[in-house]
Design a protein around this ligand. Structure first.
Ligand code: DOR
Ligand code: ZN
Ligand code: ZN
Length: 426
C-alpha cells in the first residue's frame, strides 16, 4: 500500500525546518521525502499550499469511558481526535470505575483498538479511586499498558503520598501528570479569584492555589530525582517556577491548553458556565506569561484537556455547573490563530509542542516525520478560515466557549499508519 503526498510544506518539528517536498508512505511508514517524486501509488494527495506534519499528540484528554459514556466514549472521542488532526492521545483515569487496575487499562486499550485507528494511551490513576489515600500498583498498570499516572481532576494533597508516588512511578519509567490546585483553597469555587469573582460575589480559586503545588511538586521531583509533569499550567507565576526549576536541572515538564493562552476570566461574564474550567481562566497578565513560556520552551506541550460534559451539566448556575471544555476539534485552529497568525511563534515551534514534545514526555515513538517513522500524519490548510460550530463536532460534548468564533487553520486529512482516517468534506 503506497500513499503519495505531493507538494506539501513539510514541517519537521525535530530539525525545526519547513521544506517544500513530496512524501511517500509505504507499508505504514515514511519511505521517502523528496521533491518531484514520480512513483506509482495507490492513493495520491495533492498537498499544494497545505502543511504536512506529524500527527498531533494530545497528552491530556478525558474520554469518559468506562461509565460516563453519555458525555463521550472511546469511539466518539477518537472520531473527534481524527477531525482535530490528533493521531495519538493519552486519556485520563477519572472514569467510572477509575482506571486504577490493569483490567481497566486493558479495557481502554481493547476498545480503542476496535475504533477508527487513532492511538489511545491510557493513563492509570496515582491513587486507588482517585481518593488520594492509597497508591495503585504502578508496576501492574505499566505492564497492562499505562503510559503515565495521574489523579487529574483531583490534586494530590498528601505530600508524602506524592513523594512515594513519584518514586514508584519513576521505577516503572513513568511520569506523574499533576493537576496542581490545593484542594482546600479551591473547594466549591468556580472561577478565578479576582475582579470577576468580586463582581459576581463569588469566592474564587486563587492563582496561588496552583503555584504552591507546582512549587511543592517541583521540589519533590528535585529531591527524589524523578520526573513530574504539570498539567494545564495557567498562571504566569507558575510558569516562572517551572522556568527556574528547569534551570536548576529538575526533571519538570509542563503543558498548557489553548484556553489559557487565548481567554481570560472575563469570558465568564459573557459565556457563564461554558467558560468554567479547572484551573480557571485567569488574567491578561497570565495569558502573556503563558505565551512567553511557550515561546522560550518553559512550556513543553500544548494539550487540550478535552473535557466533554452533557449540556444539562453545563446549563446550571456557575457554582453548580461542571468544569471543563471540549478541545480536540478546535485545538490546532485556535493555536494557529492565536500564536502563528499573530506572528508570535513559528510553525515548527508550535508543531513541536503538539507532537514531538508530548510524545517524548510519555516515551512514545511518535510525533516525528522522518524516514522510517510511523506514517501518522496531519495535513492542514494554515490559512483557511472557518467558524466553530459545536453542532458539527464528532464529540458528544458540545461544551466550548469558542462556539461562533472565526478561526484560521483547518485540518484537511488525518492519516494513521498510512491510512486516511479523516478527510475534510470540501
Ligand atoms: O475542568 C476540568 N475538568 N478540569 C479537570 O481537571 C477535570 C476535568 C474533567 O474531568 O471534567
Ligand atoms: Zn486537571
Ligand atoms: Zn484534565
Amino acid at each position: 500500500m503506497k500513499l503519495l503526498i505531493k507538494s506539501g510544506r513539510i514541517v519537521d518539528p525535530i530539525s525545526g525546518t519547513v521544506t517544500l517536498s513530496d512524501l511517500l508512505v509505504e507499508n505504514g511508514k515514511v519511505a521517502l521525502i523528496e521533491r518531484g517524486l514520480e512513483t506509482e501509488a495507490d492513493q495520491v494527495i495533492n498537498a499544494k499550499g497545505l502543511v504536512v506534519c506529524p500527527g498531533l499528540v494530545d497528552m491530556h484528554v478525558h474520554l469518559r469511558d468506562p461509565g460516563l459514556t453519555y458525555k463521550e466514549d472511546i469511539h466518539t472521542g477518537a472520531l473527534a481526535a481524527a477531525r482535530g488532526g490528533v493521531t495519538s492521545m493519552a486519556c485520563m483515569a477519572n472514569t467510572l470505575p477509575v482506571l486504577d487496575t490493569p483490567e481497566q487499562i486493558t479495557y481502554v486499550k481493547e476498545k480503542a483498538a476496535a475504533g477508527c485507528g487513532v492511538h489511545v494511551y491510557p493513563i492509570g490513576a496515582v491513587s486507588v479511586g482517585l481518593k488520594g489515600k492509597e497508591l495503585t500498583d504502578a508496576e501492574a498498570l505499566k505492564k497492562a499498558g499505562a503510559v503515565a499516572l495521574s489523579d487529574d481532576g483531583n490534586n494530590i494533597d498528601d505530600a508524602n503520598l506524592m513523594r512515594d508516588a513519584l518514586l514508584k512511578a519513576s521505577r516503572q519509567g513513568m511520569p506523574i501528570l499533576a493537576h496542581c490546585e490545593d484542594t482546600h483553597m479551591v473547594a466549591g469555587r468556580a472561577v478565578n479569584e479576582g475582579s470577576v469573582s468580586r463582581q459576581l460575589w463569588l469566592e474564587g480559586r486563587p492563582a496561588i492555589a496552583e503555584e504552591l503545588v507546582v512549587m511543592r511538586d517541583a521540589m519533590l521531583a528535585e529531591e527524589t530525582h524523578t520526573a513530574v509533569h504539570v498539567c494545564h499550567i495557567s498562571t504566569a507565576r507558575a510558569v516562572d517556577i517551572v522556568r527556574k526549576m528547569k534551570k536548576k536541572g529538575v526533571q519538570i515538564t509542563c503543558e498548557t491548553c489553548p484556553q489559557y493562552f487565548t481567554l481570560t476570566e472575563d469570558e465568564i461574564l459573557t459565556k457563564g458556565p461554558m467558560a468554567r474550567v479547572n484551573p480557571p481562566l485567569r488574567t491578561e497578565k497570565d495569558v502573556k506569561g503563558i505565551i512567553a513560556g511557550l515561546k522560550d520552551g518553559t512550556i513543553d506541550a500544548i494539550a487540550t484537556d478535552h473535557a466533554p460534559h452533557a449540556l444539562e451539566e453545563k446549563q446550571r448556575s456557575l457554582p453548580r455547573a461542571m468544569s471543563g471544555m471540549v478541545g480536540l476539534e478546535t485545538s490546532l485552529a485556535i493555536t494557529l490563530t492565536q500564536l502563528y497568525h499573530t506572528g508570535k511563534m513559528e510553525l515548527p515551534d508550535i508543531i513541536r509542542r503538539m507532537t514531538a514534545n508530548p510524545a517524548a514526555i510519555l516515551h512514545l515513538q511518535k510525533g516525528r516525520l522522518s524516514l522510517g517513522s510511523d506514517a501518522d500524519i496531519t495535513i492542514f490548510d494554515p490559512d483557511e478560515e472557518w467558524v466553530i460550530d459545536p453542532e458539527k463536532f464528532a464529540s458528544k460534548g458540545r461544551n466550548t466557549p469558542f462556539a461562533g468564533r472565526t478561526v484560521k487553520g483547518k485540518v484537511k486529512y488525518t492519516i494513521v499508519g498510512g491510512k486516511v482516517i479523516y478527510q475534510d468534506e470540501q
